[in-house]
Design a protein around this ligand. Structure first.
Ligand SMILES: [Zn+2]
Ligand SMILES: [Zn+2]
Length: 436
C-alpha cells in the first residue's frame, strides 16, 4: 500500500465504525470520573479493545490502559494518547449528580478517538506496511485538581506524581517512545476571516506549579473569637497579599494565580481552625513561574504571620511550559489540511496548560486542537456538538500523522527525532522538575 492508500483505508475504517466510536464517547460522558478514579471509564475502553482483540496493559498509573500494536519492523515507536478524566462542573447537564464530575474538557471525545485509531489499525493491513509500532495510551488524570486527594495517594505510595502523563514517565512507559501525538477538542472560531476548525500548534502553552496550603489556627466559640485563632482570616489575608503582588507581574510573563479555598471552616459557630487552599501559579516561562511562586509563598506566609496562625505549604510540581516540535507539527498540519481543508487550519497559540507539554521538553510531541465542541472550556455549557469532527476526524488526523511517521522505513519519525533538540533528559525532568 502507498501512504495515501493506507490513510484512505484508515479513514474508511473509522467512518465504517463511526457509530460505535461515538457511542463510546457518549457512554464515557454519562459516567464522568475525576483523575486517578477513572475505573469505570477505563473498563469501557478495555471492553472496546477486547472486542477488537487487542492486548492491553491495564491499571498503569492506577487506571491507565496501554495498547502496543506492532508494525512489520520496529524502527520507531509512536504513542497516540487520549485522556480519561473529567473536571468538576456540577452545573453541567451531564454532570454526575453525586460527584459533580463532568466532561467539560472533552476527554470523553479524546478517549473515543484513540479507540477510533484502534479501529483504523484493525484488519486494515496498515500495520503490516509500517516500519514502527503504534502504542495507544489511555492516560489518567490530566486535570491537575483535588490536590489534597492526590497528595494522599502520593503519601500512600500509590502514585508519585499528580499528573497522569508525569506518572507514565516515572513508570518508564514513555522510555521507548520516539514521538507522541494527541489532541483536545475546541469550538471552531473565526480568525482572519476564516473559520478555524483545527490547529496543530501548542506554542504559548503555559506551565504552572501547584500549591496546597493548610492554615492551622485555634478553635473557639464564634461568640468569643478572642479565645481562638482564625485560620480563615489568615487565608483571606494571604490571598489579599497575593492580589497586592499582581501589579508586579510583567504582562509578557502571563502570570495567573487563581487560589480556591477547599475548606473554609467546620461549623459556623466555631472559629475556623483548619482551612485549606489550593492554587496554581501559571506563567509563560519556568523562570517567571518560579519567581511569581516565591511571591505567592511569601504572601501565604504573611497571612499566617498577621493572624498568628500556622501555615504549611506543600509545593507540587505542576506542568511545564510547552516546547514546540516544528517538524512533527508540520506533518500534523498537512494531515489536518487534508481532512478539514487548508482554509480551516490556522496556526494559533494554545494558552492553556497540560502535562502533554511536560513530555514536549524531552521528546517530540504534537498536540492538536480540533473543532467540534461547543461552549466554554471547563464551563457548564461545554459539549461535543459535532462528533464527526471532534471524534472521527480527530482519530483520522492522529492515525494519518502516525502513518506518515512510520511508513517507508519510519524515515519521517527518525528525521523528526533527529531534528528535535530536547531541553532536558527524562531523568533530568524527573529529578529537576518533579523533584523525585
Ligand atoms: Zn481541561
Ligand atoms: Zn483537558
Amino acid at each position: 500500500m502507498t501512504v495515501q492508500e493506507m490513510k484512505a483505508a484508515a479513514c474508511r475504517a473509522i467512518d465504517e465504525h463511526g457509530e460505535e466510536i461515538i457511542a463510546l464517547a457518549k457512554a464515557i460522558e454519562l459516567e464522568p470520573e475525576l483523575g486517578y478514579k477513572e475505573y469505570k471509564t477505563a473498563a469501557k475502553v478495555q471492553a472496546e479493545l477486547d472486542k477488537l482483540g487487542f492486548e492491553h496493559r491495564d491499571g498503569v498509573a492506577l487506571t491507565g490502559v496501554v495498547t502496543p500494536i506492532e508494525g512489520r519492523s520496529h524502527k520507531a515507536r509512536v504513542a497516540i494518547m487520549g485522556e480519561l478524566d473529567a473536571v468538576l462542573v456540577p452545573g453541567c447537564p451531564t454532570a454526575d449528580p453525586v460527584t459533580g464530575a463532568a466532561h467539560c474538557c472533552g476527554h470523553n471525545a479524546q478517549a473515543a478517538s484513540v479507540i477510533g485509531v484502534a479501529y483504523a489499525l484493525k484488519d486494515t493491513g496498515i500495520m503490516d506496511e509500517l516500519d514502527g509500532d503504534i502504542v495507544l495510551m489511555h492516560v489518567p488524570s490530566e486535570e491537575f485538581v483535588e490536590l489534597e486527594f492526590r497528595k494522599g495517594l502520593i503519601d500512600e505510595g500509590k502514585i508519585s506524581l499528580a499528573g497522569g502523563k508525569q506518572e507514565f514517565v516515572k513508570l518508564g512507559v514513555m522510555d521507548d517512545i520516539d514521538a507522541m501525538i494527541m489532541q483536545h477538542s475546541i469550538e471552531a472560531f473565526e480568525k482572519d476571516g476564516k473559520t478555524v476548525m483545527a490547529f496543530p500548534y501548542g506554542a504559548g502553552g503555559l506551565g504552572f506549579v501547584g500549591r496546597l496550603v493548610r492554615y492551622t489556627g485555634k478553635a473557639s466559640h464564634a461568640a468569643m473569637p478572642w479565645q481562638g485563632i482564625n485560620a480563615l482570616k489568615a487565608a483571606q489575608v494571604g490571598m489579599l497579599a497575593i492580589d497586592a503582588q499582581r501589579e508586579t507581574f510583567s504582562p509578557q510573563d502571563n502570570i495567573r494565580v487563581h487560589p480556591i479555598i477547599t475548606k473554609g471552616g467546620d461549623l459556623v459557630n466555631v472559629v475556623p481552625s483548619d482551612v485549606r487552599v489550593e492554587s496554581y501559579v501559571r506563567g509563560a516561562s519556568t523562570e517567571a513561574i518560579l519567581n511569581a511562586a516565591e511571591k505567592v509563598d511569601r504572601s501565604f506566609r504573611a497571612g499566617a504571620d498577621a493572624i498568628g496562625a500556622q501555615v504549611e505549604i506543600t509545593k507540587l510540581p505542576g506542568y511545564m511550559v510547552v516546547q514546540e516540535c516544528a517538524a512533527l507539527n508540520k506533518i500534523a498540519y498537512d494531515n489536518l489540511c487534508g481532512i478539514f481543508g487548508e482554509e480551516h487550519v490556522v496556526p494559533k497559540d494554545a494558552g492553556v496548560s497540560t502535562d502533554a507539554y511536560d513530555l514536549s521538553n524531552f521528546m517530540p510531541v504534537c498536540h492538536m486542537y480540533i473543532g467540534g465542541a461547543k461552549g466554554v472550556l471547563h464551563g457548564e455549557d461545554f459539549k461535543i456538538e459535532d462528533p464527526q469532527s471532534a471524534i472521527l476526524n480527530a482519530a483520522k488526523a492522529m492515525v494519518c500523522t502516525a502513518i506518515d511517521l512510520l511508513a517507508d522505513g519510519a524515515e519521517k519519525a527518525l528525521a523528526v527525532k533527529e531534528s528535535f533538540k530536547p531541553n532536558m533528559t527524562r531523568e533530568e525532568y524527573l529529578s529537576k522538575w518533579c523533584g523525585l
